[in-house]
Design a protein around this ligand. Structure first.
Ligand code: XUL
Length: 527
């Protein structure tokens, strides 16, 4: 019988499934449900609930639960042999939090398969909506936490990152300050990842070291809740948080709900879920220190593995636990695909192919034009007032603006990843926009290194499936090596290597200084 493992990815805009056959070393099934399209009744736009305040970004935990029901019924309809799946793990958009009351544990343990998950979950939330990673409304709480922990460097040293608006600790603090009664009624705070794992396992699930590090609450070295960070955040917080766990922890067997409703095997294990970026580290096979990937998704992220924990003294980058038990570094740029899309739409460019053509119509360096695409409040560099800034760039020149947005994004990555002190030898490109070769050429030229595309389009979901396989093997008493777990799944596409053009690379070596100046100038204007 095939050894099947399921990886789920509850991301900002969709819920995806990837099933692997561990013996044949193959992905055997993939499916994605887009929240806006599949569940329009929640009224999300790109997975986010509308809000009058542009800094507030929430989503609906009920929508995520309904998507889980829907995805399992789609898999059943597609004839997926759900009864053969040995273990399931998952990936969640990082930092987002779900607030549950004192009925939650009992309701989760008794999910009724004759009803939907939504019907079952009626009355378990102490807060209807979930702040997600795109939220930037907690600058005040970040400042308060950072001050209590002794400043940027000390906060990063203690928790792996400076206090960031989207991180769960500042979000919890804001909730406790602005809605103290609802906070008091909260018995359990979950991350998106641990919430989804809780639904699957029918019990409150632990938070793994990968996603736990994105909260400003975990001691990054000891991997336990940090007492000072808890005290700096909100009252009685420890008792509302689940235990922390290694990423390969078995949460339990799947809830009978999924067995009776969709035909899962009662012995199928739920392995702890993790964040999407830690899962992508595995999905892309970044298991050796120094391997780097750039994910071009809703947000653009630059990440890689790290053996020894070394934090960013300036507080722009993050250190999370890697699902291998080591560490990973990450920098998150909020204005990723959506910003590229805004420029594409602003100039009426039909598709990404045409966008790529427009981009190449202007020479590398764009004749010195710089565009800072902060359509949304930006994370790196920290920008709280959204806005577009152009320097020596004609707003009417569509082609130049297409080049300038991509160059600006790549130069920002180069500049803000210097703290890692490792120039990458090669970069794995992933995420929706990674099939755009013109964009990847700019990446190779700005970073002055080779870029490889991988066959993996759903790296987070694949990483979750591989983590399910790893957790299952650990539980079976084996000592699986990560090289063996990922072998065969993480190959670059043959012939996909993009080499830097030495002339263009030289242009960017000079332009990066101007870029840094423009960034400083724009930030000064905003302060
Ligand atoms: C990482 C981050 C984003 C989300 C996207 O810190 O905020 O990459 O994880 O889902």
């Amino acid at each position: 019988m095939a050894k099947l493992f399921l990886g789920l990815d509850s991301s900002t805009q969709s819920l995806s499934a990837v099933i692997i056959d561990a013996d044949r070393r193959k992905v055997v099934y993939e499916k994605s449900l887009n929240f806006d399209q599949a569940l329009p009744q929640y009224g999300t736009q790109n997975g986010v609930l509308p809000n009058a305040d542009p800094l507030v970004k929430h989503s609906s935990p009920l929508m995520w639960a309904e998507a889980l029901d829907l995805l399992f019924s789609e898999m059943k309809k597609d004839g997926v042999p759900l009864g053969q799946i040995l273990a399931i793990s998952g990936s969640g958009q990082q930092h987002g939090s779900v607030y549950l009351n004192n009925k939650a544990a009992k309701i989760l343990a008794n999910l009724n398969p004759t009803q939907s998950l939504v019907e079952n979950l009626h009355g378990v939330f102490s807060r209807k909506t979930s702040p997600i990673w795109m939220d930037s409304s907690t600058a005040e709480e970040c400042a308060e936490i950072r001050t209590k922990l002794g400043g940027i460097e000390a906060t990063a040293k203690a928790t792996g990152s400076d206090a960031f608006e989207r991180f769960t600790g500042p979000q919890i603090r804001k909730f406790a300050k602005t809605e103290p009664a609802a906070y008091m009624k909260t018995s359990h705070i979950a991350l998106v990842s641990s919430f989804m794992a809780s639904l699957l396992a029918g019990k409150i699930a632990p938070i793994d070291h990968g996603d736990g590090a994105g909260m400003n609450l975990m001691d990054i070295r000891k991997k336990v809740w940090h007492p000072d960070a808890l005290a700096a955040t909100a009252p009685d917080l420890k008792q509302k948080l689940p235990p922390l766990a290694e990423s390969w922890k078995v949460v339990g067997t799947v809830s009978p709900y999924f067995v009776e409703k969709f035909g899962l095997n009662p012995k199928t294990q739920t392995i702890a879920w993790s964040g999407d970026n830690p899962c992508s580290v595995i999905g892309l096979g970044l298991i050796k220190a120094g391997m780097v990937a750039i994910s071009l998704g809703t947000s653009d992220t630059y990440f890689g593995s790290m053996k020894q924990c070394q934090t960013d003294a300036h507080g722009e980058g993050h250190v999370f636990g890697s699902p291998t038990g080591d560490y990973m570094t990450l920098i998150c740029f909020k204005n990723g695909s959506l910003a590229r899309e805004k420029i594409r739409n602003a100039y009426g460019i039909k598709d990404w192919k045409k966008f790529g053509e427009a981009l190449t119509a202007t020479p590398p360096g764009g004749n010195g034009g710089i565009l800072l695409p902060w359509f949304e409040a930006e994370i790196v560099p920290r920008v709280n007032k959204p806005g577009i800034h152009r320097f020596d760039l004609d707003e009417k020149d569509a082609a130049a603006n297409c080049r300038a947005i991509v160059e600006g994004q790549m130069m920002s990555m180069r500049l803000h990843s210097l703290w890692m002190k490792v120039a990458p030898d090669c970069i794995y490109a992933t995420g929706g926009a990674s099939d755009n070769v013109s964009l990847l050429q700019v990446m190779a030229d700005v970073m002055n290194c080779r870029v490889l595309r991988t066959e993996v389009s759903k790296s987070a979901a694949l990483g979750a499936a591989l983590r399910a396989a790893h957790g299952w093997l650990v539980h079976a008493g084996q000592k699986p090596k990560w090289e063996d777990v990922v072998a065969g799944f993480t190959k670059p596409i043959p012939g996909s290597e993009i080499r830097p053009n030495p002339k263009a690379a030289k242009v960017y070596d000079q332009l990066i200084e101007k870029y840094a100046r423009c960034e400083r100038e724009a930030l000064k204007r905003l302060s």
